[in-house]
Design a protein around this ligand. Sequence first.
Ligand SMILES: CC(C)(COP(=O)(O)OP(=O)(O)OC[C@H]1O[C@@H](n2cnc3c(N)ncnc32)[C@H](O)[C@@H]1OP(=O)(O)O)[C@@H](O)C(=O)NCCC(=O)NCCS
Length: 176
Amino acid sequence: MSSSLTVRRIAADQGATLRELRTASLRDAPYAFDETLEEALSEKAETFDAAAARYAESEAAATFILYTEGHPAGLIGAYFDETPEHKAFVCALWVAPAVRHLRGGELLVNTASVWLAEGGASEIHAWIADANRNAMRFYSALGFGPGGEHQPIARVPQEWQTLLVRSVKPGHTAPH
Ligand SMILES: CC(C)(COP(=O)(O)OP(=O)(O)OC[C@H]1O[C@@H](n2cnc3c(N)ncnc32)[C@H](O)[C@@H]1OP(=O)(O)O)[C@@H](O)C(=O)NCCC(=O)NCCS
């Protein structure tokens, strides 16, 4: 992994950074996400400010930001869903094209996984569009396998997504 890449949890005052990364990811890879660029651009700045404040502090959801030489260059979301099992998910993963294949994606997934494991997760889930072969290969390389669920994507119901899952040790500081 390049030593110039670092990951930190978003800070409460980073709404503008969240908006910048989210819109950049939707411009670059619209096929990868449930939200559209138009939806993200129509959100008010206050919405991103409120989201950053929540993802900085919440025990149920977090955003982590990738930096290269101090500049934001990627992000990932992590959350526990509202089912009784509180299943743990990562989502909205994106690494800027200029810094791909430097293990930034791996660093983001592993940092988010550690946070979820510290919150009690023993398995980390991710929904991946079937058409997103790169993301499928990326998650497979990180040890994710089929999670047994397959369903249409709400935004484009003719396309499907697959649930992937990887084990982690609850409360431990590194995935295995
Ligand atoms: C998927 C994504 C986050 C990967 O980020 P990255 O920083 O380039 O990935 P890493 O460098 O950490 O890759 C780790 C390993 O995953 C695998 N991998 C990563 N990208 C891959 C690709 N395009 N094809 C095949 N394998 C890939 C490789 O094994 C890689 O190790 P290597 O580069 O030493 O061979 C990035 O390509 C991206 O942002 N894509 C667009 C958005 C997207 O699809 N997000 C996922 C939504 S579910």
